[in-house]
Design a protein around this ligand. Structure first.
Ligand code: SF4
Ligand code: FES
Length: 271
């Protein structure tokens, strides 16, 4: 018997086995904040299902650079679902068809021959900088409006000296997993930032260390999100469905509870 490496699935000698997907991409191109943008169609070939969505865009960009064209601008940093920098509308869904970050979305979610629309986050509070990159500094200003918490500096306190009920610790931790990606805003028909603000407000509001400034924090953060031009929450729930960290709508209830309590106690936002 002759041993051969040509099994039943091997390509016949002289032919090359086709492994990757061929895709049509319709990408939002916009040269700058004040310039009108438009969708531009590109083809990419031999895309591995194991590539991340951003790696697929890297392939497109290499192709564009080789042709002497301007590569597509898009945000990214960790590519591990941690930093919150990446974020694209993919076929009209924030972060695409899976509840994950764009960098953790893999091309196996698509099939050969697919056509994919790729757009930036759409919200007036997130103006387009270029192509798919948007300015999300409005989120930074909301966090800034929350101010600091009063905790003594120095060596770390003994862990058991400030008891925290397990349920509160779990809920605070869940809220703290928000990575500030902005998918909640992009998914919401009102472009509301309530889920983000709620996550930031409640992760401190649930812990003993967050109590001294609790009332001021919530009124100031909510006032800042209104100043930034985000829409109001009408409890649609698209935000939570799109959130890669699964921040729940209950978080928004906690924010509203905190806000009412703070207003009743006389807290007012800084002008
Ligand atoms: S709440 Fe979720 S979707 Fe919104 S910014 Fe935080 S992680 Fe992103
Ligand atoms: S690049 Fe950091 S979360 Fe996607």
């Amino acid at each position: 018997m002759t041993i051969t490496d040509q099994g039943p699935h091997s390509a016949p000698a002289g032919t090359q086995e086709k492994r990757g997907m061929n895709l049509t991409l319709r990408v939002w191109r916009q040269k700058g904040p004040q310039v009108k943008g438009k969708m531009v169609t590109y083809k990419v070939t031999d895309i591995s299902p194991d590539m991340s969505f951003l790696e697929m865009l890297d392939v497109l960009n290499e192709q564009l650079i080789e042709q002497g064209d301007d590569p597509v601008a898009f945000d990214h940093d960790c590519r591990e679902g941690i930093c919150g920098m990446c974020g694209l509308m993919i076929n009209g869904q924030a972060h695409g068809p899976q509840q994950t970050t764009t960098c953790q979305l893999h091309m196996r979610s698509f099939k050969d021959g697919d056509s994919i629309d790729i757009e930036p986050w759409r919200a007036s509070a997130f103006p387009v900088i270029k192509d798919l990159a948007v300015d999300r500094r409005a989120f930074d200003r909301i966090i800034q409006a929350g101010g600091y918490i009063s905790v003594p500096t120095g060596t770390a306190p003994e862990a058991h000296s400030v008891p925290v009920p397990k349920k509160d610790a779990d809920n605070a931790f869940d809220a703290a997993t928000c990575i500030g990606c902005g998918a909640c805003v992009a998914a919401c028909p009102n472009a509301s930032s309530m889920l983000f603000t709620a996550a930031k407000v409640t992760h401190l509001g649930l812990l003993p260390q967050g109590q001294p400034e609790r009332n001021d924090r919530v009124v100031n953060m909510v006032a800042q999100q209104d100043r930034e031009g985000f829409g109001g929450c009408t409890n649609i729930g698209e935000c939570s469905a799109a959130c890669p960290k699964g921040i729940s709508m209950e978080t928004i209830s906690r924010l509203n509870h905190d806000l009412l309590g703070a207003l009743r106690a006389g807290a007012r936002p800084k002008s």
